[in-house]
Design a protein around this ligand. Structure first.
Ligand code: ADP
Ligand code: 5GP
Length: 204
């Protein structure tokens, strides 16, 4: 009998390193899949449609919303972002763990719909380092960077709504911590079905 996968949500300030941590997790785990969001934001140099995001128009986004094709969505820094529903639900049913890298509004919608999901807040070691990372990344104009930095204080206030906090100082440590969280979560009694265990005579 197939066990359902776990929905793991990573949020945090822009530049904290969520995307980098996600890539590290995907590389190190064969049973974890990263959901590709849809967005109305313009693609950055080097970003690929269908790899980083599905880049769509506002009209297409609204149509997806009307057709209930999104598991959650939010307007973040003037653009719309959303998680395609069907892909995520299919993967979870197949027993795969699914990683969502989404903003706080979206994460809280997910927690409402899937109370068993795990919300992890990724923080940089300091605000100075956050600013340095945004500049080093070199993907956003200065006014965009300033706008994102201006949101940080408010974002940090939401940390208590999360299940875990991971400081992304050394990348390998951050990836290890998220892996450890997932491993521990799998051992929680609430994820264990005694009925199934007794019916099948084991968990294999
Ligand atoms: P986010 O997805 O949170 O916006 P990114 O993953 O794009 O952030 O990372 C922002 C920048 O910081 C990138 O240039 C990335 O290479 C760098 N970065 C990410 N994690 C670390 C880390 N642990 N140490 C140093 N630089 C990092
Ligand atoms: P960026 O433009 O830097 O790629 O992402 C901006 C913000 O949008 C980040 O905080 C990112 O986590 C968030 N984001 C990306 N995809 C989604 C999504 O599908 N839903 C929500 N709610 N936020 C998203």
């Amino acid at each position: 009998m197939q066990k359902k996968g776990i929905l793991l949500v990573l949020s945090g300030p822009s530049g904290a390193g969520k995307g980098t941590v996600c890539q590290g997790l995907i590389k190190s785990s064969s049973s974890m899949e990263l959901s590709i969001s849809v967005t109305t934001r313009e693609s950055r140099p080097g970003e690929e449609n269908g790899k980083n995001y599905f880049f769509i128009s506002k009209e297409e986004f609204h149509q997806m919303l009307e057709e209930d094709q999104l598991l959650e969505y939010a307007k973040v820094y003037d653009n719309y972002y959303g998680t395609p529903r069907r892909w995520v639900e299919e993967k979870l049913e197949q027993g795969e763990d699914v990683l969502l890298e989404i903003d706080i509004q979206g994460a809280l919608q997910i927690k409402n719909k899937f109370p068993e999901s795990i919300l992890i807040f990724v923080v940089p070691p300091s605000i100075n380092e956050l600013q340095a990372r945004l500049i080093r990344r070199g993907t956003d104009r200065d006014d965009v960077i300033q706008k994102r930095l201006g949101c940080v204080q408010g974002e940090l206030q939401e940390i208590p709504k999360y299940d875990y906090i991971v400081v992304n100082d050394k990348l390998e440590d951050a990836v290890d911590e998220v892996t450890a969280i997932l491993k521990a979560e799998k051992c929680r009694p609430k994820r264990f079905s005694l009925q199934k265990y007794l019916q099948t005579g084991g968990l294999s």
